[in-house]
Write a protein that binds this ligand. Structure first.
Ligand SMILES: [Zn+2]
Length: 393
């Protein structure tokens, strides 16, 4: 092996600060994926003893902690990150899917993570429905029947998800009971397939972005009932997933909620993987759109319907087919996974009525059908919903 000429700096002579910066650059945009993919801090720390000393000596590089609780090796790696991150604030992602793993073991592993709760700024937990009830009391040391301890934590981003649908009602109660304690959140993803039995009101004045996953199998009021749990006046970005068309119509029709208000929402997104419901079941609702739809959101400027059933009827509703058109909407994003021709027709009819949304973002399949819109004042852009849909997985 030949050594590098003296005039050429060797990678091994890089200043420590530059080495740390390279590792940090490798972390940019990283999304937890629970896979043993390339991770800059781990790879660089294995190059040489000097690299190891520098990278291990930079606690911030070890602040992205992820653990598959079903896998012993994954927990061992997570514990290394917890140790090396020292007192740094950490972003923690946890998952547990398999019902046949000993839940006591899962609870012990969760406990190893949650002793660090005081320095977790971002937390995502995905658990199978079967395990939330058994694991969560051990996780946080409380049950729904006893008062929860306050989390003394810098937590600003929280995601509670279940990995599968279940009829287990208590899970929704646990999600809400845990979230109630997190009063400094700016981002919240909550999976509420059922209406919680104990209806705590979620007062989070700091919350800016709220993503609620509901259930399209529940009745038409379900979406509104879930939204009414929230006292979150600063939310500007509201995303609702796993919704069905009749629930959206109920939302478009609503003029107020008993407790909640969403006066600051500017961006409203409906995104669902798909819906196999029968066309026609919504017909009664199309007769009942009020003269001013979307009254709940007086500041709304952007509406997105991604893979949403009855997109064409919803376009009718906001474009004045049965009511006054919404004049506030500046951007409308439509990515229907079916009934493309119906949506195309709804847009054409809206245009004929003189209702033109200043900016239309359309899926490529839909955009190819409305090329004649290019000649109007509307800006038509292509929109790829892949990233939004991946987020639901
Ligand atoms: Zn549907």
């Amino acid at each position: 092996m030949t050594s590098a000429p003296a005039s050429v700096p060797s990678v091994f002579s890089l200043p420590n600060e530059l080495l740390i910066a390279i590792a940090a650059a490798g972390q940019e945009g990283r999304v937890p994926n629970f896979q043993a993919a390339f991770k800059s801090e781990r790879t660089l720390s294995q190059v040489s003893q000097h690299f190891r000393n520098v990278i291990v000596g930079a606690p911030a590089l070890w602040s992205l902690v992820e653990a598959d609780l079903d896998v012993e090796g994954s927990m061992e790696i997570a514990n290394i990150y917890l140790e090396r991150s020292r007192k740094c604030c950490i972003w923690v992602s946890l998952k547990h899917f398999f019902a046949d793993v000993d839940l006591n073991l899962i609870a012990v592993r969760l406990g190893q993570i949650t002793v660090h709760i005081h320095r977790i700024w971002r937390l995502k937990i995905v658990l199978g429905s079967h395990s939330w009830n058994l694991v969560t009391p051990a996780f946080l040391g409380f049950s729904p029947r006893s008062p929860p301890p306050h989390w003394s934590t810098p937590l600003t981003h929280l995601e509670f998800r279940r990995s599968s649908y279940s009829d287990d009602l208590d899970v929704d109660d646990l999600f809400v009971a845990l979230t109630v304690q997190c009063t400094s959140l700016v981002y919240l993803y909550l999976d509420l397939a059922h209406m919680p039995l104990h209806q705590h009101r979620l007062r989070i004045p700091s919350l800016k972005s709220l993503h609620l996953s509901v259930s399209k199998d529940e009745d038409t009021r379900h979406l509104l009932d879930v939204m009414d749990l929230f006292d979150t006046p600063a939310v500007t970005n509201l995303t609702l997933s796993d919704t069905h068309g009749d629930q959206i119509f109920e939302l478009f029709n609503a003029t107020s909620l008993p407790h909640a208000s969403f006066l600051a929402v500017t961006t409203l997104t409906f995104v669902t993987n798909s819906c196999t419901c029968e066309k026609g079941t919504l017909d009664p609702f199309t007769q009942t759109i009020p003269s001013l739809p979307l009254r709940l959101f007086p500041a709304l400027s952007s509406l997105s319907l991604i893979n949403q059933c009855f997109t064409s009827l919803l376009v009718d509703a906001i474009s004045g087919a049965t009511s006054q058109p919404s004049r506030l909407l500046r951007t409308v994003t439509l990515c229907p996974d079916r009934d493309l021709e119906d949506v195309h027709l709804a847009l054409r009819h809206a245009k004929q009525r003189g209702q033109i949304f200043p900016r239309l973002r359309l899926s490529s399949k839909l955009a190819s059908r409305v090329q004649d819109w290019e000649a109007t004042d509307a800006t038509v852009e292509m929109f790829d919903p892949t990233e939004l849909l991946d987020f639901l997985k």
